[in-house]
Design a protein around this ligand. Structure first.
Ligand code: G1P
Ligand code: ZN
Length: 544
């Protein structure tokens, strides 16, 4: 029987960010904490009674326990049905696929994305709506408001544990629970989008690849699709078993954290293609033999080559990128005569544009790329898009990238992160910059002239909602940019992110070292922001 629990302290103390609520596991383990947040979600999403929910997560520590808590609460609150991923596993893109395909009311995804997992690490929870995308701000604001004042939650007074390890159906106080295969709906959609037989032929003809699943959620997806369906040699997927602590690693696909893959791709033994994905499977890193493809370039290259892919041929209405993402995709959009949008950081801003058919492809510099096939970024989808292009063009990754630069120019690009900075220092840095940018336009800084400087504000072209203070932009007359913003997803202290970009059309200057090519901008950013004296830091903690 449903029971109402009224002792609901502690309250949630953090506004859910662009990717839901993320906290240390121990924070979630406090009595009533998870329950309060789940009830706050249910209280903020309208009339869900009798409706269906999708539930799953990236398999990190506390995933299974949280699922049991949520199932009881969903039953007690009147949901009719919940689809749960086998063993509680659903990648973020697979959850989005299933919400859309089964036309459910929404879904709850348990993940802290690329953050480490384990008893002392991070956990997270987010709600996705029926378009398969992250809840819009009006819902996350309502959830937050509710979570600060909630006085009770409803759950079942039962010790029952639902067996998640078998594909079966269960009845929990009148609510149906269906444990579903985590991979099959996703794999089916990928088969519909891409030319699997061309990729299969390429692999059968000797093309080699390595996919690093980083002991995170994409292991079973990549093994099924790349090895079983496309015929890549056994062992092409490495670190393919999802572990609760990701094997102690940091499941973030970049050259720093996926260093084994990075070393392989820059060695004599390099396969033709390398890729990695993050904790919950929505991010991707693409590497060729001796070449790293920046996520910004990857978005531009996918857009420029969409004609090679059956489902996208003649179907690209536009491309959107987050503001700090390089302007490489803008060049492609201009040439193709398609829409081009610059949105604030975070995937949810793309959803409206895709729902309105304004854009088909979108991406972020933070290793996220995706399309209107779902409403989340999608790691394996990007990998398959690349494989489809490679199979169709029959050229190497390096050749494709170099030809792209020659045609559209090269956007040198890098992001420097200064992590774990005390929040008040980081806030002082940003407010100082906010003042400074008011007077920078037209000024000469070193060899560069500032053509615009502002704190990015975005008016959504579909619902006219306004998002302010989305990051400081300093643009120069030669196409270079510096962007400053604070991370919205960290769990300890503040992270200052500085993004650098320069634009090169001279083919003789297209093969420089990236940090070298951006050196003047890097030095300038430290002077403009006063970062060294305000934070005591001179070197970033992570460079991507
Ligand atoms: C980071 C990325 C951003 C991405 C988000 C969720 O957010 O920078 O592009 O959408 O993770 O994956 P940030 O920590 O910068 O706020
Ligand atoms: Zn992620």
């Amino acid at each position: 029987m449903p029971t109402i629990i009224t002792n609901t302290t502690p309250f949630n103390d953090q506004k859910p960010g662009t990717s839901g609520l993320r906290k240390k596991v121990v924070h979630f383990q406090q009595a009533h904490y998870l329950e309060n947040f789940v009830q706050s979600i249910f209280d903020s999403i309208g009339d869900y009674k009798g409706k269906t929910l999708v539930l799953g997560g990236d398999g990190r520590y506390y995933n299974q326990e949280a699922i049991q808590v949520i199932l009881k609460m969903a039953a007690a609150n009147g949901f009719a049905k919940v689809f749960v991923g086998h063993n509680g596993i659903l990648s973020t893109p697979a959850a989005s696929v299933i919400i859309r395909k089964k036309q459910t009311y929404g879904g709850i995804i348990l993940s802290a994305s690329h953050n480490p997992g384990g008893p002392d690490e991070d956990f997270g929870i987010k709600y996705n709506t029926q378009n398969g995308g992250p809840a819009p701000e009006k819902i996350t604001d309502a959830i937050y408001a509710r979570s600060k004042t909630i006085t009770h939650y409803t759950t079942l007074d039962t010790e029952t544990t639902i067996d998640l390890s078998h594909l079966a159906t269960h009845n929990l106080n009148g609510m149906r629970i269906e444990i579903i295969d985590s991979v099959s709906d996703y794999a089916l959609l990928m088969n519909e989008l891409f030319d699997f037989s061309a990729i299969k032929d390429m692999i059968a003809n000797g093309f080699t690849l390595c996919f690093d699943a980083m002991h995170a959620v994409t292991g079973p997806y990549a093994t099924e699709i790349l090895e079983n369906q496309l015929g890549a040699a056994e062992g092409s997927v490495i670190n393919g078993i999802p572990l609760e602590d990701f094997g102690g690693g940091h499941p973030d696909p970049n050259l720093v954290h996926a260093h084994l893959l990075a070393e392989l791709m820059f060695s004599e033994q390099s396969p033709d293609f390398g890729a990695a994905s993050d904790g919950d499977g929505d991010r991707n890193m693409i590497v060729g033999n001796n070449i790293f493809v920046t996520p910004s370039d990857s978005l531009a290259i996918l857009t420029a080559n969409a004609e090679q892919v059956p489902a996208y041929r003649g179907k690209i209405t536009g491309v959107a990128r987050s503001m700090p993402t390089s302007q490489a995709s803008d060049q492609v959009a201009k040439k193709l005569g398609i829409n081009s949008y610059e949105t604030p950081t975070g995937w949810k801003f793309f959803g409206n544009l895709m729902d309105a058919h304004k854009v088909t492809l979108c991406g972020e510099e933070s290793f996220g790329t995706g399309s209107s096939h779902i409403r989340e970024k999608d790691g394996l989808w990007a990998v398959l898009f690349w494989l489809n292009i490679l199979a169709s063009r029959k050229e190497s990754v390096a050749d494709i990238v170099h030809q792209h630069w020659q045609e559209f120019g090269r956007n040198y690009y890098s992001r420097h992160d200064f992590e774990a900075i005390e929040s008040d220092k980081a806030n002082r840095l940003m407010s100082g910059l906010r003042d400074k940018v008011k007077t920078l336009t037209g000024k000469q800084l070193g060899t560069l002239t500032v053509s615009y400087s502002d704190d990015f504000s975005y008016t959504d072209p579909i619902d006219n909602s306004i998002s302010e203070q989305q990051g400081i932009r300093i643009g120069f007359s030669n196409g270079s940019r510096i962007v400053f913003r604070l991370s919205g997803t960290g769990t300890s202290g503040a992270t200052v992110r500085i993004y650098y970009e320069s634009y090169e059309t001279d083919t003789d200057k297209m093969n420089q070292d990236t940090q070298h090519a951006l050196n003047e901008l890097i030095n300038l950013s430290l002077i403009i922001s006063d970062l060294p004296s305000l934070t005591g830091r001179t070197e970033p903690t992570v460079i991507t």
